[in-house]
Structure formats: C-alpha cells, structure tokens
Design a protein around this ligand. Structure first.
Ligand SMILES: *Cc1c(COP(=O)(O)O)cnc(C)c1O
Length: 362
C-alpha cells in the first residue's frame, strides 16, 4: 500500500476578499472555517485512498454511523503562523502526526502515515493561505485534523472504514486585552481519565468526560478544572485541555506522563525551551497538599497551564472543597511571561528556531 498524494479540487466560489477580511478582523476561536477541507479515506484491505482537498462542506452521515454510537474519534490541534517575511509556518506538525498515530492505536483505528498527515496540513494551509492572519500579533490559522469511523452498523468492534479530515479556522489572540490569569476549580471527586484508560489519547470522549466538571467549575465562578489522579485523588494531573507547570525558585516542574494525562506538544517544547533560558526543568509529581502548602508558604512562585490554543495561561485563583488560595497574588508571573514570549517568538518567526520546530509551508 503506497501513500496517496492529495488531489486538489479547489472551490469555484471561495469567500470574497472583503468577506474573509471581515472575519479575520475578529475571528474568535472555532467559529469560522476556511473555504476548503482535506478528506482521506481508509478501507480495510485497501489502506488510505482517495486523498482530496475539496470545498468545505457538510458530511452526509448515516444514522447508524459507528462513531455516533461508540465514539471512535480522535483529533489534533496545531497552528499556522505568519512570519515577518510573509511566509507561513506550522509548529511541530510531525509531533502532532506521531501523537495522532498513538491516539489511533489506543482507539483501535488505523494509523495515518506521518508524511500524509503533514502533507494534508500543508495542502490546506497552502490553499487557504489568505486565511492566515497577518504577522504582528498572536493570531493564527488553527488546524483541526480528525478521524472518525465511517462504517454503518451497530455491532461493537473496530470499524472497517474511516475518514480522516483536516479543517481550518482562523483564531484570534487568546488574551486580546493582555495576558490574564485563569481561575481553577480543583476537582477532588470527578476524574477525566484512569490508568489503563484513554487519557493519553486525544479523543473526544475525554472531553465529554470533562464537561460536567467544567460546568460545575463555571458554577463556582472558575474558568477551568484541574484534575487529580483517579486512584489516590492526590496527584495533580492536568486541566483536561492544557498541561500544568509549577514554577519554584530553582526549577520548573510539570507532572510526569503517567498514561492518564495527555502528552502536550507545548508541554514538551517548554521542557526544552526552559533549559535554553537557563531554568532547570523537570517532570515530577506534585500533590494537591503540596500545591496548597507551597503556594501559601511562597515556595511555589508561579503556576501556569499550556496548550496550543492559549500557548501559556497563568493560573491565578485556585478553589477547591478544601478552600481557596491565590497564586502569585493573582498576577501573571515573570517566568510564565518570559516562557510565553520565548515560545511565541519562535512560533511567529520573531526569534531564531534552534530546535527545528517550525515547518515552512507557504
Ligand atoms: C491537546 C491537549 C493538551 C495540550 O496539548 P498541546 O499539544 O500542547 O496542544 C493537553 N491536554 C489535553 C487533554 C489535550 O487534549
């Protein structure tokens, strides 16, 4: 089975420049989609085939489509940024491609070759390049590659047919009014993932599992939920869509990948970038007791969350059944802001990329 090349069948009626510019003036997040999408099919015995870039359009789904019933679905998220010379680059797409393969294995889905994943991302960015916001701010074109089962039937087993798609959506700055700390509800009873489960796969099911806790957090006036491990209800894991970092005087620590948290590419990049900036960065375990005690004693200087969407988000207020405390006086920390700028400067092409993370597209 050979890797198919992507046939370009562009739209004959893309949005006008004026319509697109109106969207790009205030894109928000995930509200508007570009003129195209990539679709690649997989069939048992045949492999990947019929790779196409086509006009963005609704899918026709049979009511007995297996994904609708048994949730075989995985996704990725990555951004294309406009660089100062007008070119466009993706950030570490091969890392997303490899994680997509790992997610596919966990959900008994076929693995898309890394080069085909990257070619699909390149194809939509090239075709819809005019949708990549101008250089200067934090705006980007967000890509959402995903895979669903396309077989029809209610028998419970891995499907024998799948669709891989990439859609693209312009994304505004996450903090248009300047970086502000988020408030966290620390959930001590609800969990999002268990050892042996699928917490380390990027699958919609993990998000479905998190929505009730997220709604409870909102009812307590918090922006995000922090989850603890599912066995001891002791060890801090992640936010359910972002990984966490704890900034001490002499080191920065992020929770070890135990299998029930997602291996964020932002998290991985920061482990390396922190070293470049002269910080000691490490993986380790942080308990909820330690978080509270170190925050209150001042030993824990800063806490931040990280992920593709927000890059880095400072953590301010933390609320839980055991009480409430303020991290860093509710202000964004100095290390947090320094790391945020260093990473964004590489992503947007303002700073040299010593790690070979940026992938030129157009
Ligand atoms: C995508 C995701 C993250 C962040 O990963 P990045 O690769 O940095 O965007 C963290 N946690 C979960 C559960 C995720 O799905």
């Amino acid at each position: 089975m050979t890797t198919p090349s992507i046939e370009l069948k562009p739209s004959s009626h893309p949005l006008s420049d004026a319509e697109r510019d109106a969207i790009l003036a205030s894109p928000g997040f995930g509200r508007h989609f570009t003129d195209h999408m990539v679709v690649i099919k997989w069939t048992e015995g045949r492999g990947w085939h019929d790779a196409e870039l086509v006009p963005y359009a609704p899918l026709s789904i049979d009511p007995a489509n297996m994904t609708l019933h048994y949730a075989q679905e995985i996704f990725e998220g990555l951004k294309a940024y406009r660089h100062p010379d007008g070119s466009v680059a993706l950030f570490r797409p091969e890392a997303n491609a490899r994680r997509f393969q790992a997610s596919a294995r966990r959900l008994a889905m076929p693995e898309l070759p890394v080069d085909l994943f990257v070619a699909a991302c390149d194809a939509i960015v090239r075709q819809d390049e005019a949708w990549v916001p101008a250089h200067g701010g934090e705006e980007s074109l967000y890509l959402r590659p995903f895979m669903i089962a396309s077989e029809v039937g209610l028998g419970v087993r891995p499907a024998s047919e799948y669709l891989f798609l990439v859609i693209a959506s312009p994304a505004g700055a996450y903090f248009p009014g300047g970086v502000k700390p988020v408030s966290i509800w620390l959930s001590e009873d609800r969990v999002r993932a268990v050892p042996g489960g699928m917490g380390d796969a990027k699958t919609g099911g993990n998000y479905a599992a998190s929505l009730l806790a997220q709604a409870e957090a909102a009812a307590k006036g918090c922006d995000q939920v922090a989850y603890l491990d599912a066995v001891e209800h002791t060890w801090v894991e992640e936010l359910g869509g972002m990984n966490l970092y704890f900034v001490y005087e002499d080191r920065i620590v992020t929770p070890t990948l135990t299998g029930s948290l997602l291996a964020g590419i932002t998290r991985d990049s920061l482990l390396k970038l922190a070293g470049d900036l002269g910080y000691t960065s490490e993986e380790g375990r942080v308990s909820i007791d330690q978080w509270q005690a170190d925050s209150e004693s001042g030993a824990l200087k800063e806490v931040f969350a990280c992920g593709t969407a927000a890059v880095i988000t400072p953590v301010g207020t933390v609320k839980s059944a055991r009480g409430e405390w303020q991290q860093s006086g509710g202000e964004p920390g100095e290390v947090t802001l320094k790391l945020r700028k260093a990473l964004l400067d590489i992503q947007t092409g303002k700073a040299a990329d010593a790690h070979g993370w940026t992938h030129p597209v157009a």
